[in-house]
Write a protein of this length. Structure first.
Length: 316
């Protein structure tokens, strides 16, 4: 931490401490440090190495000690603003002015009212076993035209799976879910999506009767619970929304792609780097795949195959 010295100081805190510890005479010390004997004598007889405050030792004020005590007690008890204190106390203290009231409060450290730190409590996600995926769709632009990026993020281990499809249809969403089921080594028990037509008929005024959505059919076939976010509340699916932005910043926001296949290749490389290499703070600096391997050691019943077989080898 830096030392606060006045502009014409000839000594530092270290020199002042040496002067106080030394048993030499004032004359010897003044020659040794090239200081005025009065300066040496002053610091030699002090107990601290800090500069003394300037100004009068006794504060000049028209207020008596009893009046100052009353002002401080009133301020602490009522927590009123400065002007309200002045209006109330003026009747009892004739010599009181707004300026000397402020100076009095400042001397006793009461010139600022304490701020109310009413921060909203942070709500944490309910803990689930791995296999709870957030799914969403976003657009990606290439020279060949518009493509649609389907992204899924595991809430617990943060494993990311993504595919590029030419259109945002319900069939493409159902195919994406099927591919996701076979892409991970553990059972998927829940998926969370928005209310888009690709995932549900909930926004339709007249949904088809006695007809399940094709995405819901896949969920039913594999025993997956399909959950929907609140309507017009995209932040309830914030994990995958944030991952959409991360992927786009690493791909289409930074690079130009002549073909959709070029984007697919780069996306594949990015996902491998993220899932197998990227250390995440929320996972205590493990990569998503390392988290999956740790879960396999603790709860092997959640897995339908050995996750070590999904790791990248030397020739991948």
């Amino acid at each position: 931490m830096g030392q606060i010295l006045h502009k014409r100081a000839k000594t530092t805190h270290a020199i002042r401490a040496e002067l106080q510890r030394s048993k030499a005479t004032v004359t010897e010390l003044s020659k040794q440090y090239n200081l005025n004997p009065k300066t040496v004598s002053k610091w030699k007889h002090r107990e601290t190495v800090e500069d003394s405050p300037m100004g009068p030792k006794r504060v000049r004020t028209v207020l008596s000690q009893q009046e100052e005590s009353m002002i401080c007690a009133f301020r602490q008890k009522t927590q009123l603003p400065l002007d309200d204190c002045y209006i109330t106390l003026k009747k009892c203290i004739p010599a009181l002015s707004r300026s000397n009231l402020h100076r009095c409060l400042k001397r006793f450290g009461l010139n600022h009212l304490p701020k109310e730190n009413k921060k909203p409590e942070k709500k944490t996600f309910k803990k689930y076993d791995i296999g709870y995926f957030h799914i969403d769709i976003c657009e990606a632009q290439t020279s060949e035209g518009k493509a649609y990026l389907y992204v899924a993020v595991d809430r617990t281990c943060k494993y990311v799976y993504a595919e590029i499809h030419p259109s945002p249809t319900a069939k493409a969403a159902a195919d994406f879910l099927k591919n996701l089921i076979f892409a991970v080594p553990y059972k998927i028990h829940k998926v969370l999506t928005d209310n888009g037509i690709q995932f549900s008929y909930s926004l339709l005024k007249l949904p088809p009767k006695d007809k399940l959505h094709c995405f819901a059919l896949v969920c039913q076939e594999y025993g997956i619970e399909h959950r929907l976010t609140q309507i017009r509340h995209p932040w309830t699916n914030g994990q995958v929304e944030r991952m959409n932005r991360t992927i786009k910043q690493a791909t289409v926001k930074t690079y130009h792609y002549d073909t959709i296949d070029a984007l697919k290749r780069h996306l594949y490389d990015f996902l491998n780097a993220y899932n197998f290499v990227q250390k995440l703070k929320t996972l205590r600096f493990l990569s998503p795949m390392q988290k999956i391997l740790a879960e396999f050691q603790n709860k092997p019943t959640l897995f339908h195959s050995n996750p070590h077989h999904y790791s990248l080898g030397l020739n991948n």
